[in-house]
Design a protein around this ligand. Structure first.
Ligand SMILES: Nc1ncnc2c1ncn2[C@@H]1O[C@H](COP(=O)(O)OP(=O)(O)O)[C@@H](O)[C@H]1O
Ligand SMILES: [Mg+2]
Length: 414
């Protein structure tokens, strides 16, 4: 039997708290996992940004990436490493680069998910370029924005087709506000989307590999209170439905780590924003849910590293479309998609692997999250974001929420 050292790289930006906890917990676990005839040990290292030879070997087995969506040198290094060295990365960088919200809406409409009615409209203004005038003069049709708004119905939302972080999103109550909002929208290409209103629930379901967590989300609350702390706020049927949607979306697009926002209206869950690959991982947003994220990240990355998981560079959409095109009720189709998604994530093998090799993780983690390492990581993150006079107060707040979470997890509370 051979000894193998599996190397996990963390490709980081402004992250402070989660890498400290991830690294320290992996160290504490001191894993030696026998799998595939090897005894696997694990090393974690931060990935540095530097010039690279395109044929330079990559020393990592797995990279957890937080930069691909905006820092292009790292994105290209990752793409190179997948192509030349079979690196496994959360998430597929080509998919992340090219799948905007627009693509995710169209694809999931095709699969039959109840995405609210959505239109794309050409931008209000343009950056000058040589071909602009002839193109628009010849081919841009005049359109009646008010009529489109009336057809969709109010309230509706105007939001960038490639949006994120709530930038440029406007809630619109009538024709007049639609015209005014469009006038203000500048060069961004916008969607108009029917409001899922009234709604009685807003859930952000975070998926990491085949793992998931449904979080009750309050978009109107200040950042530190948006992720609510209720557990068991959904019926088992609702929870499993949202988890299934999230896993299907993530498998379809090759995203290991993504979150899917859905609103419930008249008993139906409408996904409205699910192109969020690599979502917020900071303790200052996740707090109560932070231990879940660290543990899930450890499970999935250790599984991928120890089992030599192959990156799926080709997204095989045809098999989803074959199910979509059948004349069957949506629930039946969804079961078919879920089967494909479970295959994509090798879910059965993953859960067996966790039972066999990581059964002690919860216990070790529960002890770890009570230590000063965690408190200090929270303090560092809070110090980076909050004004001096709020640092101690918010460190205490997030620390206490983490403690509540592990008490509940350990079954010693509530
Ligand atoms: N169709 C909709 N119905 C109701 N609320 C919506 C809808 N679309 C967006 N919103 C509201 O606007 C917020 C931002 O829109 P979202 O699509 O999530 O954009 P972003 O990618 O910027 O997060 C949502 O969190 C939600 O509160
Ligand atoms: Mg959103």
């Amino acid at each position: 039997m051979a000894n193998k050292t599996r190397r996990i790289g963390l490709s980081l930006g402004a992250d402070i708290c989660w890498p400290i906890c991830y690294e320290a917990l992996i160290k504490k676990l001191d894993l030696a996992i026998t799998e595939g005839g090897n005894t696997n040990r694990f090393e974690v290292e931060r990935v540095y940004i530097e010039p690279f030879d395109l044929m330079q070997p990559c020393s990592y087995d797995v990279v957890i990436d937080r930069l691909t969506h905006w820092y292009h040198t790292s994105r290209e290094w990752i793409k190179k490493a997948i192509l030349t060295d079979d690196l496994y990365v959360f998430n597929n960088p080509w998919s992340l680069q090219s799948m905007e919200k627009q693509t995710t809406y169209c694809a999931m409409m095709r699969l039959g998910l109840p995405i609210p009615d959505t239109w794309m409209i050409p931008p209000k203004s343009y950056t000058e370029s040589a071909d602009l005038k002839p193109t628009l003069t010849r081919y841009a049709k005049l359109f009646d924005l008010g009529e489109i708004g009336d057809r969709i119905g109010y309230p509706l939302f105007m939001k960038p087709y490639d949006g994120g972080a709530w930038v440029g999103v406007t809630a619109i109550k009538d024709r007049q506000s639609l015209l005014a909002a469009y006038d203000q929208s500048g060069t961004r290409v916008m969607h108009l989307q029917k409001g899922v209103i009234p709604n009685d629930a807003f859930v952000r379901c975070i998926g990491l590999g085949p793992q998931w967590r449904c979080v009750n989300y309050d978009p109107a609350a200040p950042l530190h209170d948006r992720y609510q702390m209720d557990v068991d706020f959904l019926s088992p049927a609702d929870e499993s439905h949202l988890a299934n949607l999230t896993m299907v979306i993530n498998a379809f697009f090759g995203w290991d780590f993504n979150s899917c926002e859905s609103l419930r209206s008249n008993g139906t869950w409408h996904p409205i924003d699910f192109a969020n690959a690599c979502p917020d991982s900071q303790v200052t947003s996740l707090h109560f849910h932070f231990p879940w994220l660290i543990k899930s990240n450890i499970r999935w990355s250790i599984f991928c590293a120890a089992t030599d998981r192959r990156m799926k560079t080709n997204l095989d959409w045809e098999k989803y479309f074959r199910i979509a095109d059948k004349d069957k009720p949506f629930e039946e189709k969804l079961s078919g998609y879920v089967k494909l998604a479970e295959e994509h994530f090798d879910a059965e093998r993953f859960y067996e692997f966790c039972d066999k090799h990581l059964a002690h993780l919860d216990e070790v983690a529960n002890e770890f999250f009570r230590t000063d390492v965690v408190r200090d990581a929270i303090h560092q993150k809070v110090s980076a974001l909050y004004p001096a006079h709020e640092i101690e107060e918010f460190t205490d707040l997030f620390w206490n929420r983490v403690q509540d979470s592990i008490r509940i997890e350990a079954g010693t509370d509530k």
